[in-house]
Design a protein around this ligand. Structure first.
Ligand code: ADP
Ligand code: ZN
Length: 526
């Protein structure tokens, strides 16, 4: 048809009429304008930035059916239910939809009564679905959580790989890919995989000025101490709504239990619970004042609660992307909110071990391992938290935030390059056969019952000029940077050399190692 494309003014009117929002935020208007004009676009907007209306509104205003590809049934269900309640003609096709409902959906689509149809990538892989869609005019194709297409991203879904062929299957239909997290490499991969070469790429700032971030080093690997620290943090925020992320289902149940004992309205949430039970828990979290969700990462995508005042990681996430997304669930209303991450050397060991044992393809695994190390290097580093993350996402102009733990109380650093070289050499000479205590004793030349072969090594006692607690900090830091790894062996973890490239760079003095001076502690000379 020759009708003029719908205008941005109409889009604004729809935003106000259907959602009650006064105007577009951030770069939403730019994204919407591109899609309204029928052009491809990739939108990188931060969590809470309002990515969904960027395709929902054009789908309502442009003639034809808007197809939305979404990775999670739960996410789809939430969005479609919310749209229906707002009077938008939306439906979803997933394995849970009955045959009768399916025929009704297709009838409505053919009659032009449907604005939005949500499908999963697996669903889209079925030829008959494509055939049916071919018979219909499409207003647009939206690909939600587009980072799932890239194995450089933090949430790779093989099913997403085939979405690139939508470009040929539906030529002339504008496509919009949206994601909250994509570093430069992932972005390139999304463009290539989804064949969005002609697309305008819109990247909004990732700044979240109302978030106050901190990372807290765990005292030691003791669960009880970590749990106690989490309980203290939550108690200090009594009455506020928050999320506590735990790395395992067990941990999640345990911490929730302890928090309830401490008088907090804590609700456990993880994938081991039945869907109906989870829904009930989510409803409570949304409805009750001061509720604290204690959850694994099963909780989050698509959860829209504006007044979450804090997010605490009892265990750190697996990447900077996941970190930003998870702490990003705090303070969506724009009021001050906190993100606090507890981390320790045993966490990176655990993360690496889990990745090692996972069935991912080698290349994907290597990317995930690198991402985990980047996260831990940030947590144990001395760069303003939001600045470090925004730079990682490719934002060049990010300034220090002024409110995070690093900005408020800049840690003192010392150059530990020489110590790092000594420690790496010691681990190598010792044959990667000992735990960290023995490695430190060796460096100090204080190993009890040291064998003659050990005292004959060039690294024996080579670190006697450095205090025991400093050695511990150096070795911990080398773990965080992935230069050393702890390999579990019959209970006692052995210290081994990490990434060989990085280790060589330190040996050659091409890579400097800076370690945070830990605040003086009681019994430091122990
Ligand atoms: P994202 O998917 O980017 O995390 P959503 O699309 O779920 O974000 O939107 C987050 C919240 O912001 C929703 O409650 C949504 O209604 C709201 N929102 C979206 N656009 C605007 C806007 N222009 N003004 C105010 N609120 C908005
Ligand atoms: Zn800062």
């Amino acid at each position: 048809s020759t009708a003029a494309p719908p205008s941005l003014a109409e889009a604004r009117a729809t935003l106000e009429r259907v959602w009650g929002h006064a105007g577009f935020r951030g770069l939403q208007a730019e994204v919407v304008a591109e899609v309204l004009a029928g052009r491809d676009v990739m939108a990188v907007l931060p969590t809470g930035g309002g990515k969904s209306v960027c395709y929902q509104i054009p789908a309502m205003l442009r003639p034809g059916l808007g197809l939305v590809v979404s990775p999670l049934i739960a996410l789809m269900t939430d969005q479609v239910e919310a749209l229906k309640q707002q009077g938008v003609a939306a439906a979803r096709l997933d394995s849970g939809v009955s045959l009768d409902d399916r025929s009704e959906i297709w009838r409505a689509a053919r009659a032009g009564e449907l604005d939005l149809l949500y499908v999963s990538p697996e669903g889209l892989a079925q030829p008959h679905l494509i055939d049916r869609l071919h018979d219909l005019p499409l207003s647009l194709i939206a690909i939600d959580e587009a980072h799932c297409v890239s194995q450089w991203g933090h949430d790779f879904r093989p099913d997403y790989r085939s979405l690139g062929r939508l470009a040929e299957l539906f030529p002339g239909v504008p496509r919009i890919a949206v994601t909250a997290t994509a570093d430069a490499r992932t972005r390139e991969d999304i463009v290539r995989s989804l064949r969005l070469g002609e697309a305008r790429i819109v990247v909004d700032s990732f700044a979240r000025p109302n978030l106050q971030l901190a990372a807290v080093r765990k005292e030691n690997a003791s669960r009880a101490k970590t749990d106690a620290a989490v309980i203290d943090l939550v108690r200090q925020r009594r009455g506020k709504s928050g999320v506590v992320y735990c790395g395992s289902r067990d941990g999640c149940e345990r911490v929730a239990h302890a928090l309830r004992d401490a008088g907090t309205n804590a609700i456990a949430y993880h994938a081991g619970m039945e869907a109906r039970d989870r829904d009930r828990r989510l409803e409570r979290f949304l409805a009750e004042d001061g509720a604290v969700m204690v959850a694994t990462i099963a909780f989050g995508m698509g959860v829209d609660k504006a007044d979450v005042r804090f997010v605490i990681h009892a265990d750190p996430p697996g990447s900077l992307e996941a970190y930003w997304q998870e702490i990003g669930r705090a303070g969506r209303d724009g009021d001050p909110a906190e993100g606090i991450t507890l981390y320790g050397p045993s966490d990176i060991a655990w993360t690496l071990r889990r990745l090692e044992g996972s069935p991912m393809a080698g290349e994907v695994k290597a990317v995930q391992v690198r991402k985990a190390r980047q996260l831990f290097a940030m947590l144990d580093g001395a760069v303003c938290r939001p600045q470090a993350v925004r730079r990682y996402f490719g934002e060049t102009g990010a300034e220090p935030c002024g409110v995070c733990d690093i900005c408020q109380d800049p840690p003192a650093l010392f150059d530990a390059t020489v110590q790092a070289q000594k420690a790496l050499a010691a681990v190598q000479r010792l044959g990667e056969r000992f735990g960290r205590g023995r490695v430190v004793d060796h460096l100090l030349g204080k190993t009890k019952d040291a064998q003659p072969w050990e005292t004959a090594l060039s690294t024996w006692g080579v670190g006697a000029d450095t205090a025991l607690h400093t050695w511990r900090d150096v070795i911990d830091h080398l773990m965080f940077e992935g230069l050393l790894v702890e390999d579990p062996n019959e209970g006692k973890p052995l210290v081994m050399l990490g990434d060989p490239e990085a280790v060589r760079a330190v040996y050659r003095g091409e890579r400097a190692i800076e370690v945070r001076r830990q605040p003086a502690r009681a019994g430091a000379s122990r």
